[in-house]
Design a protein around this ligand. Structure first.
Ligand SMILES: [Zn+2]
Length: 275
């Protein structure tokens, strides 16, 4: 039985459990998901739906987990493209030429933390275990984008970079964009030292509103910073969606780097437009 509220729908399909944004579900041509820990074939600390951490899992299990995702997305694993995440703000424009990269064949690139495309039947994927997944959809120009926005990517402005690329290279009007933030650390769970708080204040004095000192540490609301950036780029406030879920507060259902002290797998955000 699916669980539903204003922010997300938790789809329960046998063993498989994954989340969607109700508003993005209203676009019939669009398929999008954020996975949970439940629904794959992996075991131990990466049980069960793990999409990475190759030191803790077998290639065979990971590929099988992608095949299960492909089934959920209505496609096949060789039509998927994966980021190669290293906390950069680099975004790659992908086409059918990129199909299978990072999933059924080697990436052929490194240092890619965001993907964007206007191709139909190409599934773009980012991986997560506490870091924010930011979904982008332009229903007018039919463009999809996904960004991995941990604190470094958020500080570097990867979401602003994505909106710029969509505007400049795909003709997107930011007023048409619908964006969504997946499960990631809440403000209480994202505790940092002074240097990180300082770096955010230096980047934009307006970020001070989202940083709280709880001596001797600081807490930063990364989701609020991403929303602030998107609205500043021209995205309508009502089109910035947030599942409102914390990975560490819900570590039985999500892989959480901080919650599992590094011994964890990776979940994915995935998007695809049907033909
Ligand atoms: Zn939390």
């Amino acid at each position: 039985m699916d669980q539903k509220n204003d922010n997300y729908i938790l789809h329960i399909d046998g063993e498989r459990q994954y989340l969607t944004f109700p508003k993005l579900d209203s676009y019939k041509e669009l398929r999008h998901v954020f996975t949970t820990r439940h629904g794959g074939v992996s075991s131990g600390c990466v049980s069960t739906w793990n999409f990475g951490e190759r030191k803790l899992d077998s290639e065979e299990n990971i590929l099988r987990n992608f095949e299960i995702l492909a089934d959920v997305m209505g496609t096949t694993a060789d039509k998927m493209v994966l980021t190669y995440q290293t906390h950069t703000v680099n975004i790659r424009k992908v086409t059918k030429e990129d199909a299978g990269r990072g999933v059924t064949r080697d990436w052929g690139y490194r240092d890619v933390d965001g993907l964007v495309t206007d191709e139909k039947d190409l599934t773009i994927i980012t991986t997560h275990a506490d870091c924010n997944a930011v979904f982008f959809y332009d229903p007018v120009k039919k463009v999809i984008g996904l960004a991995h926005s941990g604190w470094r990517g958020t500080l570097g402005g990867i979401s602003r970079e994505m909106v710029s690329i969509m505007m400049n290279d795909y003709g997107t009007d930011p007023e048409d964009l619908v964006c969504g933030i997946g499960p990631s650390l809440c403000k209480d769970c994202f505790e940092v030292d002074e240097d990180v708080a300082e770096a955010f204040r230096d980047a934009d004095p307006e970020y001070a509103d989202f940083i709280e000192r709880r001596a001797p540490k600081y807490h930063i609301d990364l989701k609020a910073i991403i929303k602030h950036d998107l609205v500043k780029m021209g995205v309508k406030e009502e089109n910035v969606l947030d599942m409102g879920l914390c990975t560490k507060c819900n570590k039985d259902d999500f892989f959480s780097h901080r919650g599992h002290k590094g011994k964890r797998g990776l979940m994915v955000a995935a998007m695809r437009m049907a033909e």
